[in-house]
Design a protein around this ligand. Sequence first.
Ligand SMILES: Cc1cc2nc3c(=O)[nH]c(=O)nc-3n(C[C@H](O)[C@H](O)[C@H](O)COP(=O)(O)OP(=O)(O)OC[C@H]3O[C@@H](n4cnc5c(N)ncnc54)[C@H](O)[C@@H]3O)c2cc1C
Length: 401
Amino acid sequence: MRLGTRVAIVGAGPAGLALANVLQQAGIDCVVVERQSRAYVEARARAGVLEHRTVEFLNDHGLADRLLAEGARHGSCEFRHLGERFSVRYRDLTGGREHHVYPQQFLVRDLISAYLAGGGQLFFSHPAVALDGLDGDRPVLRCQPDGDAEPLELECDFVAGCDGFYGASRQAVPAGRLRAYEKQHEFGWLALLAETPPAGDEIIYALHEDGFAGHMLRTPSVTRFYLQCPVGDHPENWPDQRIWSALHRRLGMTDAELAPGPITEKNVLDMRSFVVEPMQYGRLFLAGDAAHIITPAGGKGMNLALADAEELATRLLAHYRGAGTHALDGYSAACLPRIWQAQEFSHWMLHLLHSPAAGQDDSAFLHRLQLSRLTQLRDSPAYSTMFSDSYVGSSGRPTAH
Ligand SMILES: Cc1cc2nc3c(=O)[nH]c(=O)nc-3n(C[C@H](O)[C@H](O)[C@H](O)COP(=O)(O)OP(=O)(O)OC[C@H]3O[C@@H](n4cnc5c(N)ncnc54)[C@H](O)[C@@H]3O)c2cc1C
């Protein structure tokens, strides 16, 4: 089957779906193709923390009704170390900016429903396998569905590559046209989802000599946890009993405070930071994880993906309203400062949270730096205000062109 459209969107994650909804609302024809099934993407649990400006963007487009009704608002987080605890009240320190906690898979479900209800075209189980003619006037996106379903070809004005780090879009750019900046971190995170209620209503970051532990809010009955682990560690090394005892020890909690429940997901995260510049090649625009990967420290990944989608949508709208191609040409330059600011914050936060690997020559020195950062966060209003501003995210939104 061959179809024509204005914007072909690769990937039905937060970036692709938000872009599709905004274009659809503006009457700009688009088609989304997604490698996985609908059931799979609507159940894929990942992020859960939405920044103030992300919610404002979604709400402006009528896409935040359920998240506002069912999500929880948060304005403080807690740090723990050696039995000491303190909270940073970032809502108070940023003039009312706050987080909404709403699981990513619920947002994906809402964005799919809104797009389909508006008559949007979305092909699930249709992996993009080739993007041709990106430097011409009408690129063609080719999808090869599983089984013996008919291949799909989409001829379009522009391709939005929103297909995550391992997608096909970035790979379709000829070698040497994008510059990649990359860092592989020297520690891993064991990422866990447990059917257990959160132990309190704050995100908790615990520094411990055994390694960092994180307590992240998701829903009243499901909590995400992170445990620092060595690079290359395997989930099989972490039977449930070992996990609960590490969480209790590092978070300084008893069984009564944090009740062990079934662990439904156990992954060792590849702790990588990555950015490509520019985020455009010819008529291809990369958005979200397709263009940049950030560690989970600071909860920025989904927020950056949605900010890229908003920026790209604003510029595509301007283009189709007659502003010319310069609106689109400025896409990368508009996104990259925000992306690098988030990378810098996430990197700083990693080095606040992580216990340096024992036994290295400089580990005692690095540990002292870590404690100094923590003390400043507790004692210095200027330091904690700066942290809060980055943590909760700026309020800047794209301007019309
Ligand atoms: C455990 C974990 C915890 C996280 N916690 C947070 C957090 O608290 N806060 C936060 O902001 N971020 C967090 N993140 C990061 C966040 O989940 C990602 O940054 C976000 O999903 C990026 O959205 P995206 O739309 O760019 O990409 P994705 O969500 O990856 O969506 C890309 C889509 O493209 C599809 N696709 C891939 N290849 C193809 C192809 N060839 N053809 C068609 N479709 C394709 C994929 O199936 C997928 O549906 C976390 C991530 C993980 C793994």
